[in-house]
Design a protein around this ligand. Structure first.
Ligand code: SF4
Length: 335
């Protein structure tokens, strides 16, 4: 076993996770619950995680809720079942805590679409602009930003900035275009996008709507403008979940990552949720990065406290400022 662990740790660098065989007869739910108690650990999971991970999590949420939880938890270990920028955000907010990510390779195409060196050059072309960045970006981009926002609070964050102050919005061009429409602010946009939200098929969603005329189309603002134009309701993951509960419709076509359907179905057993199809051969749209995390990897990372998120302190402090600004504005707005 000792050899196995040593080999697995060597593989950690290459594979991004501890590659140790897990006994298939192990009750992972029970073992993870024990590890949480023994190690004073908390599991935070994003709505796009697989159902088993959502069910074992202490807190499930979208980026805003997860960062608020990460800021206030008194656990010694934060296990982040999400993608790298989310675990990084938890580390920025709670440097004294050990932050673990079940698979270090759980990245994000949107975060990757904004390399900090290129973004700095872009920002320098607009010296009188402030930078508002969507939380789905690397610590390097956060450090180059003035305020962070999430899809839950973006409108309020933009409205908190004086009207005569020009703004750069990064990294998601679709969310940026949606916010320009909602707030009437003429922002300069960085040209990034999420690989999951930009490939929904307009044609297939239209066909679904013909087959389910009573269904409401609900969409995340990271989708392309033409897809958003079809939607009855647009909102963050949390807002979509809330809407599906409060609205009287019995059927919904859900235009975002399919992980959210687990909570929608749990909270509304009498309603039907249809995942919107992407522009490829698949029937639903999973984020390949989010789905790298598994219950086995979650267990292993808690047992061996690896892979751990670490960060240079000067980068952390620079990235912390705009996140704190976001949390202050959100608290004032009662979000
Ligand atoms: S769904 Fe899109 S924005 Fe979210 S983690 Fe996956 S690639 Fe990134």
């Amino acid at each position: 076993m000792i050899m196995e662990i040593a080999d697995a740790k060597k593989n950690l660098q290459r594979k991004g996770f501890l590659d140790i065989a897990v006994d298939p007869t192990l009750d992972l739910f029970a073992v993870i619950e024990d590890l949480k108690k023994k190690k004073n650990a908390i599991v935070l999971a994003h709505y796009y995680q697989e159902p088993d991970i959502q069910d074992i999590a202490d807190y499930i949420g979208d980026s805003l809720g997860l960062s608020q939880q990460a800021a206030k938890t008194d656990a010694d270990i934060i296990v982040f079942a999400g993608v790298h920028f989310m675990a990084e955000t938890a580390k920025i907010l709670s440097p004294q805590k050990k932050v673990l990510l079940p698979d270090l390779k759980a990245g994000c195409s949107l975060a990757d679409s904004a390399p900090p060196e290129l973004f700095k050059k872009f920002r320098d072309k607009y010296p009188d602009h402030i930078v508002i960045s969507y939380i789905n970006c690397s610590a390097g981009i956060k450090a180059l930003s003035d305020i962070i926002c999430t899809s839950s609070n973006a409108e309020k964050i933009i409205e908190s900035v004086p009207k005569d102050q020009p703004i750069i919005f990064a990294p998601d061009r679709n969310l940026g275009a949606y916010l320009i429409k909602k707030t009437g602010r003429d922002m300069v946009l960085w040209n990034g996008a999420c690989m999951v939200h930009e490939i929904f098929s307009l044609e297939k969603i239209t066909k679904l709507k013909v087959r389910h005329p009573e269904a409401k189309i609900i969409a995340h603002p990271e989708c392309e403008p033409a897809v958003l134009a079809l939607a009855d309701y647009i909102g963050s993951t949390t807002a979509l979940l809330k809407y599906s509960k409060q609205d009287s419709a019995k059927e919904f076509i859900v235009v975002t990552e399919t992980g959210i359907l687990h909570q929608m179905e749990k909270e509304n057993p009498d309603k039907t949720f249809i995942p919107a199809p992407p522009n490829n051969a698949c029937a639903c749209n999973d984020c390949p990065h989010m789905k790298l995390n598994t219950l086995e990897k979650l267990y292993l990372c808690m047992e061996y406290e690896q892979p751990e998120i670490t960060m240079d302190e000067s980068l952390r402090l620079a990235a912390l400022k705009p996140i704190e600004r976001m949390l202050e504005i959100s608290a004032k707005a009662g979000l």
